[in-house]
Every structure is written in C-alpha cells, then in structure tokens.
Design a protein around this ligand. Structure first.
Ligand SMILES: CC(C)=CCC/C(C)=C/COP(=O)(O)O
Length: 256
C-alpha cells in the first residue's frame, strides 16, 4: 500500500504540484524515453508507443487532405478570371454579377412570397410554401456551417456582393451553390416543364456554381460541397413536405 509520504513526494516538496514538461519526459536522457528503451534492449525495446509513431509519421489522410486543399487554392485562384476588372476575363465580370444575383437568396425569397400571395390554386400554394421552407432552411443551414467552419474567402475576392449577412464573410460552403442545387432539383420535381426548359434549369445551376469560382468568391471545394449539400437538402425538404394535412395552420394563413 503506498505510504502517505510517497504520494506527497510525487507531488513535489511542500505539497506543491510538480510540472513535467514533455521535453523532460521524452528527452533522450529521460528514464522512459524511446531512445533509452532502445538502448536498454529487450523485447519491448523496438516497439515504440503508438502516440510516438503518430507524431513521427503524419497520417496519410492528413497529407492527402492538405495536398487537396493546396490544389484547390491554386486551381481556384487560376480560375478566378473575373475576380477583378483587370483580371483576364474582367470584361465578363458584370455578366457574372447578374448571374450571381439570379442565385441570390433575396430575389428567390421575394419571388416565392409574391407567388404565394398571387396563387389561386391549392396545389401552387403547397409547392410555393414548401419552396419558401426550403429556401429558409438552406439559409439557416449554410449560415450554421459557415459559422462553424469559418473558412476565409479567397484573398483575390473583392467583397462587393449584393446584400450579405455577417457569416457571408466566410466561404464554406457556397450559399449560391446550395441554393442552385436545391432550387433546380425542386423545380425539376414540382414544375411541369418542356425538356429544353429542364435543360436550362440544370445549366443555370451549373453556371451559377462555376461563376462563384470565376468571380473569385469561392474555392472549388466550397462550391462542390455546396452543390452536394443543396442536393441532399432537397431530400430533407421532400421528407418533411408540408401539406394541409400536417400543417393546417400554415395553409390557413395563405388561403382566402
Ligand atoms: C441576405 C440573404 C437573404 C441571403 C444571403 C445570400 C448570400 C449573400 C449568400 C452567400 O452566397 P455565397 O456563399 O455563394 O457567396
């Protein structure tokens, strides 16, 4: 049984805690250092503790991720050809900014609310109410992820965007890309459109997404993740689909 004295000794003289730095614990002269164990020989000598091995060899996943991020930064900078008026495709910047507005939250929210006020059929009301729910869910989700990840926008981005909120200083994921994927999937599922129009909807989503990198607003990974998130979010919206049966109060608000 350990004596009261020995436990006091471990804490250092006078009852004060004793601090052990990693250097004194792991230095070559330290009693339990790997080097000492190797010198001492014996079966346990060659086996390094797992934590030491991990420090010496950065993991493969870590290297792969940092390489991917480096490629992302490099390629996104090269593709940011409309990032400023003086950039390689600077003359296309005004057109890119029109495309940017076409995927912005404000026109989509206002347009959906306007449609709701004008709709006379219960089917249109149901679809538009769910579109409004989808757009709001998207805004909240993107804001939460941006706030958690806090990835800065590319250094070549000029922050001259139309109506932003505080988290929009961050870039991961691209809110325009999530909205483009979500809205286009929604439209393709709930609007009866001729094939050329369906193709146009898909093209619009792709152009909005590509324009984020060309304008220098985002890195490619922000946009790719945004597209995946928006696509997945549509499935959530469909799963929680609002109808007069499960949300009668909401539908009563818009019926006349
Ligand atoms: C203020 C409202 C209603 C929406 C903000 C829309 C917006 C500015 C999103 C940012 O998009 P990116 O992340 O693609 O730059």
């Amino acid at each position: 049984m350990p004596s009261p004295r020995s436990s006091r000794d471990r804490r250092g003289g006078g009852g004060r805690p004793e601090f052990l730095s990693l250097v004194s614990q792991r230095g070559p002269g330290a009693p339990d250092s790997p080097a000492r164990r190797r010198e001492a020989g014996g079966p346990a000598a060659a086996a390094l503790p797992e934590e030491d091995c991990m420090k010496l060899n950065p993991s493969f996943v870590g290297i792969a991720l940092s390489s991917l991020l480096a490629i992302d930064l490099w390629a996104s900078k090269r593709l940011g050809v409309c990032a400023a008026e003086g950039s390689a495709w600077g003359s296309a910047r005004p057109l890119m900014k029109v495309i940017e507005v076409s995927g912005h939250g404000v026109p989509w929210l206002l347009g959906t609310c306007y449609g709701l006020c004008q709709s006379h059929s219960s089917a249109a009301r149901e679809v538009l109410l769910n579109l409004l729910f989808a757009l709001l869910l998207d805004l909240v989700l993107v804001a939460v992820v941006k706030g958690l990840v806090k990835r800065q926008r590319p250094t070549h981005n000029k922050m001259d965007m139309f109506v932003t909120i505080s988290v929009d200083k961050y870039s991961f994921p691209s809110g325009h890309a999530t909205r483009a994927a979500l809205v286009s999937r929604f439209i393709l599922r709930h609007l009866v459109l001729a094939v050329p129009l369906r193709v146009l909807v898909v093209l619009w989503a792709l152009i909005v997404s590509i324009s984020r990198v060309m304008l220098g607003r985002h890195n490619m990974t922000d946009v790719l993740f945004g597209l995946l998130l928006g696509y997945a979010l549509y499935s959530v919206v469909e799963y929680c689909w609002l109808s007069p049966l499960n949300a009668p109060a909401l539908f009563a608000l818009w019926s006349r």
